[in-house]
Design a protein around this ligand. Structure first.
Ligand code: C2E
Ligand code: CA
Ligand code: CA
Length: 668
């Protein structure tokens, strides 16, 4: 650019003067003294230097800020610089003012005055002040700024902003000044106004003297602690809230409970802790996936909140358990009202993952003061009540009573005995005939496990399979039953009986590694033909997004095992998915056979479906001749049921086989 006459006048000044083009990061003019400072032989050489090449991020930001302040406020800045012409440090006091270039842009006019060579200490402290992220401001005693370091200048809303204007809360300023009046240093962590909005700063103020005037002053240093504050707030929120549903958590209930008890003791009121557990939630999780499970929990949390009064506390307790804390003068009446509302709202169908899901809830309540007065006791008793409501068939409410404690002890004992029985392989397998409807001959059997308890006698599977599933014992038990059935099939086939035997496999077993390999090894060991074994699975297993059960089923099919779908019609009954799976048999649940009139159209549909999909159907639980007639009229190929025989020990089953083999076949 061409030099203007002003520039020539500046040339005459003995002190170094140069003009810095902030936008292009280059010197665009310098007088002779400045050339010496910069160690440049000519002006052209200096102007050609790219000053931005090794400029730090903080210096670049500072320059941009200066430029804005020159335009906005006609600001003047002073900095102490150290430059190294010929490798020797030279200390300069540099004054920066705005300077409009010929093309209208604002550049920076820099005038330097050489100062006495500062000590290395002083040189470094000046550098540190310029580059530190700590925001440092010197205020006079009226709160007017005397100096700000670059970090403070960058953060502040307006250059002339007073100390009192920094705070969002006027009281905080008062507090700081009060502290300063009493001692040398004051510290405070407060939200303050900054150019980037309100931020949390840790402020530390110290009484000092202004080096220029000698007057009393305040040196304020500030550090941005917003992130720390936010994570602290998040942590303390999470300490009392559940992250998924946003409901209070167990800790919050505990705190709230203590408070409520103090009030109730003086007012003489009553309260209830109600534990709410969703029925069969595990099925939803297993079959539709955890993401859908989580979504369902959020929806249920919402519904629970709308089912209670504003004064009642709803909390999530973990998993699919929720907790209510209710206070009232007639507590049982209030709990029944809430129970009715929960039953109406929670169990309304929810559309999820393309299916309508319905969840019901089981409630257990313990009352204050009747059942206890401390949190842990009431909670334990609410849990027992809930457990007993589950036993009574779920989807119901139970209040705690003392008999429940005894039931719990019995359950704990049962679990202990069950563990021992699994270890000692103390189970038997019984076989219930599968009978051809047309010929009334036994064509197969279902293997059903039995537990002969040393004291309590024979225990049916319904009483211990769920316990096995919840404890994970089902995996060992399942392996034992499968191996026993495989050995039995091998023996019967050697004896010349042409039978197919089916074995129940619970969904929990499907999640274990090596299930199929274990089955293959068990069959290989006893020489059982896989074509004579069938695996019975339930519908809930097929619904998930998870591809693993599908792969497992295909691996079983590849081994030559047959697959039957058990209890069909009682679950989700989504007929559309059936073709995805290698299934040969549908077992029609006994509730259809027992003539629950409402279900009959669905039963007919299922039978038609079997025909269309070339699946064989087995009617379960046939108890009467009339039921068998209905089965026969529908063209169902096979049946099982007490009408023909109960499940029998292997030897008795074999005796029955021999006996019936001699009997003439009956056509229905
Ligand atoms: P399931 O698979 O539906 O088995 C059929 C159940 O119906 C058996 O009960 C059988 O005794 C019963 N049953 C058969 N015919 C009739 C009838 O005419 N009327 C009535 N009312 N019931 C009949 P069980 O042996 O008590 O087994 C109950 C359930 O326990 C089974 O239902 C099955 O889900 C489970 N289970 C049994 N053994 C095993 C096993 O080895 N592994 C697994 N995972 N589950 C098993
Ligand atoms: Ca079965
Ligand atoms: Ca069944």
């Amino acid at each position: 650019m061409s030099l203007t006459p002003d520039y020539r006048a500046l040339e005459l000044i003995g002190a170094p003067v140069w003009i810095f083009d902030i936008d292009h990061r280059r010197v665009c003019w310098a007088n002779g003294a400045a050339l010496r400072v910069w160690g440049a032989a000519t002006l052209d050489e200096l102007c050609a230097r790219d000053m931005g090449a090794d400029m730090s991020e903080s210096v670049a930001r500072r320059l941009a800020q200066y430029q804005a302040d020159f335009v906005g406020h006609g600001a003047v800045f002073h900095e102490q610089w150290t430059v190294y012409p010929g490798g020797k440090p030279v200390s300069l006091d540099v004054t920066f003012t705005g300077h409009r270039l010929a093309d209208g842009r604002i550049a920076m006019l820099c005038e330097a005055r050489q100062t006495v060579q500062a000590t290395p200490e002083a040189l470094r402290s000046v550098e540190a002040l310029l580059h530190t992220a700590v925001m440092i401001t010197l205020y006079d005693m009226h709160g007017l700024p005397l100096y700000r370091n670059p970090a403070a200048r960058e953060m502040v809303c307006a250059p002339g902003e007073r100390l009192s204007e920094r705070f969002t809360d006027a009281a905080a300023h008062g507090q700081l000044m009060q502290q300063l009046a009493e001692r040398e240093v004051a510290t405070l962590t407060q939200p303050v106004h900054t150019g980037a909005g309100v931020r949390w700063h840790e402020l530390s103020a110290r009484k000092c003297r202004d080096a220029v005037s000698g007057d009393a002053a305040i040196l304020l240093s500030e550090v941005d602690v917003t992130q720390l504050k936010e994570s602290e707030a998040q942590a303390s929120y999470l300490a009392v809230h559940d992250a998924l549903t946003g409901l209070p958590n167990r800790n919050q209930v505990k705190l709230h409970f203590a408070q409520a008890m103090r009030e109730l003791r003086t007012s003489g009121g009553q309260a209830a802790l109600v534990l709410i557990d969703l029925d069969h939630f595990k099925n939803v999780n297993d079959s539709l996936g955890h993401a859908v499970g989580d979504e369902l929990l959020v929806e249920v949390a919402q519904r629970l909140r709308t089912s209670v009064r504003r004064v009642d506390l709803v909390a999530r307790f973990g998993g699919d358990e929720f907790l209510l804390l209710v206070a009232s003068h007639d507590i049982e009446a209030e709990v029944s009202r809430i129970d009715a509302r929960i039953r109406a709202t929670v169990s309304a169908p929810i559309a999820m993952a393309g299916t309508m899901v319905r969840v019901t809830a089981t409630l257990g309540a313990a009352l204050f003061p009747r059942d206890g007065s401390d949190f842990e006791t009431l909670l334990r008793r609410a849990d027992l009540a809930m457990y007993s409501a589950k036993e009574e068939g779920r989807n119901t409410l139970a209040y705690y009573d003392d008999a429940m404690g005894r039931a719990l002890r019995a359950r704990t004992e049962l679990e202990h005995d069950l563990r021992t029985a699994v270890e000692q392989q103390a189970f038997e397998v019984h076989y219930q005939p599968r009978v051809c409807v047309a010929s009334n001959r036994i064509v197969g059997a279902e293997a059903l496990v039995r537990w002969r308890h040393p004291v309590r006698g024979m225990i049916p599977p319904d009483q211990f399979i769920p316990l096995c599933e919840s404890t994970g014992l089902i995996r060992d038990l399942g392996r034992q039953v499968f191996a026993t059935a495989a050995r039995q099939v091998a023996r019967w086939s050697q004896a010349g009986f042409d039978l197919a035997v089916s074995v129940n496999v619970s969904p929990r077993e499907f999640s274990q590694d090596g299930l199929v390999e274990g089955m293959r090894a068990a069959m290989a060991e006893c020489g059982c033909d896989p074509a004579r074994l069938q695996v019975e699975i339930t519908e809930s297993m097929l619904l998930g997004q998870d591809e693993r059960p599908l792969r497992t089923l295909h691996a079983m099919a590849a081994l030559g095992l047959g697959i039957a779908l058990d209890d069909f019609g009682t679950g989700y009954s989504n007929l559309a998915y059936l073709h995805r799976y290698p299934i040969q048999t549908l077992k029609i649940d006994r509730s259809f056979i027992h003539g629950l009139v409402d279900n009959r159209p669905l039963a007919e549909l299922i039978v038609q479906l079997c025909g269309l999909m070339k699946l064989s159907a087995v009617a379960e639980g046939v108890e009467t001749a009339e039921q068998l007639r209905w089965v026969s009229e529908r063209g169902i190929a096979e049946y099982q049921g007490f009408l023909y025989s109960r499940p029998l020990p292997a030897a008795e089953f074999e005796a029955l086989l021999r006996e019936r083999a001699c009997a003439p076949a009956i056509a229905c």
